[in-house]
Design a protein around this ligand. Structure first.
Ligand code: C2E
Ligand code: MG
Ligand code: MG
Length: 754
């Protein structure tokens, strides 16, 4: 048994202090009981009793002081108990001193009588934090509820018991109210203490029962005092030492694990409501029975306090609702967010409603964001959100999942053909994106890649549905098809695109990226004067992957920078190698949007060229016009630096992007590559021919070199020659091939790879 007691005490607890408390408290309580029960006397002599109580309070304070200083746990609880004990000590000391001053006995004891009410906020706060000490959601407003409840009880007691002609009615108001206050405080604190045992699983923490016992003693003694007819005959002297003993033991015991609960707005509201009812009821009864003004004031104050508490609760609840709403809303667009989407899908699937989900990713959003800045990016996203709304049907939910991803959840009728409905949704959304967007005074064309899927027969969960739509969306992006429906057979495997990104990350340093070269032929002489380097990924398992298979991934996942560096390094090495063997070719390398925003790129290219002794003019850098127009200012700076370096800049896929001629004037570009679509239609469409002819003429007037891409037929080449085109590139001459194959072709040793 001593072992068990020992194990329950805190390590280093001053047991001698605890022993002293017990040694003084128990005899004091016994003495008070004996005096109370002895015929002729009702209360111990304060001159003897108060010094004993003073000693007890000093000992208790010392113990609590030790607890606060040496034990880190539950600090907010025990420093309040300690502070309360200090207030108690001062009150007892005041009463003890007043015994030796010639004042009426009742006045001398007043500090002692009122000490319980004074200490209330501290001990009540301590008990409240006992529950919450590890949740950090302590609700200081609870004190308002507690005080209102005390006032309500005081009012009820006053209206019920403070009747003229009774023994209690004859007592001075400050003495009677002190008993009422003591009972009310005791009742409220007892109510709070009673919630403690449940926190530690009903009784696993004996300290909680000690708290209950202490408060119960307090209440019982106050009731006893009222029954006996006043403090002079009360039970306070019996209870007081025992309360101190309970507290002292609790302060030295180990804490047990408890399960703190957050503030319960519901309970607080009900509590406030009960207090309002009790207070207003007391007011009504008080008016009927002609109660004392004090009782009326207390009831009124209780009603006001509880009313305030209720108002605070209502405000808290309103805030909670707002927080919930915010948690389900995307801040930027005001649309529902991912959480709301998942929840909505789950609700629909739970009730067995078939669901279609469309996931939309804005193409080239990153370019706009990088080039025009985040404010423009945000503006564009807001415009996209508004643009998509008309595509919705009643009940559809449009969400922004984050970044440039949007999604629509549509509840389908069970009889609807699901696949068609999902595709129709995707097509409607895609249609909304065709017109250009006015962003920061510019006209920006962005399209979208959309993946659609349905819950289907296997009742897919929300996360699975989202993943499928994502896979389909990625397929749409990769292939350039606007809307793709998830197809289990085809896509089950492609969900590994994230794995592919990781592989690509590792492929870069592992040298798995290789260059194929497509010759560029002088239209007049037929001589090959350059090549375009086109990247391929020699994937160890999947074989040779084309740019479309991994470049979008690289762009989306921020790998374009390192990828371009790797391509440039290989290209310049190859150029140096050829030049060392007398093969004087120039090489074109493609740059992406993000490359043109990298102000350090020109310097790095310069260093690379220097390192390999390759003249800058041998390296041509291709940029698409889309990129140029999204951020003319920043691109201009990089292009200017490249031109200064001596590397010619070429505009790739000319004619497919924004048809603005301004940048031809403003940017120091040296070459223009007519897009394949023009070359293909050159012979069949007179309007295309007119465009090509005037573009070549314009380019020449501006001093630009013109390359026609995608030349597949001899007749096209002849026509291009007539129009004055400088260079031809296309399958007619050769497909892109590895360096050795190109060398062999050039040497006339191998057949051109057609
Ligand atoms: P691009 O720069 O316009 O390259 C020309 C593309 O057209 C190449 O496709 C080429 O194989 C193809 N092509 C050439 N002649 C013909 C023809 O006669 N008929 C047809 N139908 N196609 C022809 P590829 O190699 O698949 O490259 C596609 C795109 O990927 C390139 O378009 C370029 O934008 C991008 N790309 C390739 N390599 C790189 C790179 O290293 N970095 C960057 N940023 N982009 C690259
Ligand atoms: Mg190119
Ligand atoms: Mg091109």
């Amino acid at each position: 048994m001593p072992g068990r007691v020992h194990s329950r005490l805190l390590p280093g607890a001053p047991r001698w202090l605890l022993g002293l408390v017990a040694l003084v408290a128990l005899p004091t309580a016994l003495l008070a009981t004996a005096t109370r029960l002895a015929p002729g006397t009702t209360a111990p002599d304060p001159r003897l009793f108060l010094p004993l109580l003073l000693v007890l309070h000093v000992l208790l304070l010392a113990l609590l002081w030790w607890r606060v200083r040496s034990v880190a746990t539950e600090l907010p609880v025990w420093n309040r108990f300690a502070l309360g004990a200090a207030v108690f000590l001062l009150c007892v000391a005041a009463s003890a001193v007043l015994q030796f001053v010639p004042v009426p006995r009742a006045v001398a004891l007043a500090p002692l009588y009122w000490s319980g009410a004074l200490v209330f906020p501290l001990w009540y706060g301590a008990l409240v934090r006992w529950n919450r000490h590890s949740t950090s959601t302590a609700d200081p407003n609870d004190a308002l509820n507690g005080i209102s409840a005390i006032l309500a009880i005081v009012a009820i007691l006053d209206v019920a018991l403070n009747r003229p002609g009774t023994r209690l009615g004859e007592l001075p108001w400050w003495e009677l109210q002190a008993v009422f206050a003591q009972l009310a405080v005791g009742a409220v604190v007892l109510g709070t203490a009673l919630t403690l045992p449940s926190l530690s699983g009903m009784g696993r923490d004996p300290r909680t029962w000690l708290m209950v016992a202490a408060q119960a003693l307090w209440v019982v003694s106050a009731i006893g005092t009222l029954v006996a007819g006043g403090q002079a005959d009360g039970w306070g002297p019996v209870a007081h030492p025992l309360v101190i003993l309970c507290l002292a033991v609790a302060a030295t015991c180990r804490s047990r694990r408890s399960a703190p609960r957050p503030a319960d707005a519901g309970a607080a509201t009900i509590g406030a409501f009960v207090v309002i009812l009790a207070a207003t009821g007391t007011l009504a009864v008080g008016a009927l029975v002609d109660a004392t003004p004090l009782g009326i004031w207390c009831a009124g104050a209780a009603a006001v306090g509880a009313g305030l508490r209720m108002a605070v609760n209502v405000r808290d609840l309103a805030q909670l609702t707002a927080t919930r709403r915010e948690a389900l809303t995307d801040e930027l667009t005001g649309l529902a967010n991912r959480r709301a989407l998942l929840r909505h899908v789950e609700e629909l699937t739970a009730e067995g409603t078939p669901v279609a989900l469309a996931l939309l990713d804005v193409d080239k959003f990153k370019e706009v964001n990088d080039a025009l800045g985040h404010a423009a990016g945000d503006e564009l996203l807001g415009l996209v959100a508004r643009r998509l709304e008309p595509a919705l049907r009643a009940g559809d939910l449009l969400c922004r999942l984050g970044g440039d991803e949007f999604a629509v959840v549509a509840a389908l009728e069970p009889q609807d053909p699901q696949t068609e409905a999902a595709l129709a949704l995707g097509t409607r959304l895609h249609g909304c994106m065709t017109a250009p967007f006015p962003v920061e005074g510019m006209v920006v064309h962005v399209s979208a890649s959309i993946g659609v899927t349905t819950t289907g027969s296997d009742a897919a969960g929300s996360a699975q549905l989202l993943r499928r739509a994502d896979v389909a969306m990625y397929d749409a992006k990769r292939t350039g098809i606007g809307v793709v429906r998830y197809d289990g057979d085809r896509h089950a495997d492609s969900s590994g695109h994230l794995a592919l990104v990781e592989e690509l990350r590792r492929a870069l340093p592992a040298g798995q990226l290789v260059l194929h070269h497509q010759p560029q032929v002088d239209v007049r002489t037929g001589r090959v004067h350059g090549v375009e380097a086109l990247v391929r990924w020699a994937h160890p398992e999947r074989g040779l992957l084309g740019p479309a298979d991994f470049l979008p991934l690289a762009e989306v996942h921020g790998l374009m920078g390192p990828l371009t560096e790797a391509v440039l390094a290989r290209a310049v090495e190859q150029l140096a190698d050829w030049r060392s063997r007398g093969l004087e070719l120039r090489m074109s390398v493609n740059l992406s949007a993000s490359n043109l925003l990298d102000a350090g790129l020109p310097a790095r290219i310069g260093a690379l060229l220097d390192e390999h002794g390759v003249p800058a003019a041998a390296l041509v850098l291709e940029v698409t016009e889309t990129v140029l127009l999204t951020d003319p200012d920043r691109s201009l700076a990089v292009i200017g630096a490249l031109a200064e370096l001596g590397t010619p800049v070429s505009i790739d896929d000319f004619g497919t992007g924004y048809s603005s001629l301004a940048y031809l004037r403003d940017m120091p570009v040296a070459e223009l590559k007519l897009d394949r679509t023009f070359t293909a239609d050159l012979l069949t469409d007179p309007r295309t021919e007119a465009i090509v002819a005037s573009t070549i003429a314009l380019a020449h007037r501006l001093g630009l070199h013109v390359v026609a891409e995608g030349v597949e037929q001899e007749a096209t080449l002849d026509h291009l020659e007539r129009l004055g085109c400088d260079t031809s590139q296309g399958y007619l001459h050769s497909r892109p091939v590895p360096a050795e194959a190109l060398e062999a072709w050039l040497a006339g040793l191998g057949a051109p790879a057609r």
